[in-house]
Design a protein. Structure first.
Length: 102
């Protein structure tokens, strides 16, 4: 073989190696993009699920609030302190302190 043909052969081999490297990088980039799309889709599904659960909780709270009796005061005032709900056998109790001026 002549020096020229060996140089051409080496050049072609180098081109093939570079092309293979570029193809590998492109494949890795596409795989990373697909992985990120899947993660984004999963995050959206989780977000929608959490919103649905929150809406269910809100509607449950609204139903319970609508079943609570309304207490009216003969004097106007403001709430000074509200103790948290205490559950006992499915019944919720709370204590409300109302302040008013004469």
């Amino acid at each position: 073989m002549s020096i020229l043909s060996e140089a051409v052969l080496q050049y072609i081999q180098n081109l093939c190696i570079e092309q293979a490297k570029k193809l590998q990088i492109e494949n890795q980039t596409q795989q990373e993009y697909s992985r990120q799309q899947q993660q984004y889709g999963q995050a959206i599904r989780e977000h929608n699920y959490q919103l649905a659960q929150l809406n269910i909780s809100l509607s449950t709270i609204d139903d319970k609030l609508s079943q609570m009796p309304v207490v009216r005061s003969f004097r106007s005032g403001y709430f000074r302190r509200i103790k948290p709900w205490v559950g006992n056998n499915g019944k919720n109790n709370t204590t409300i302190m109302i302040s008013f001026t004469k």
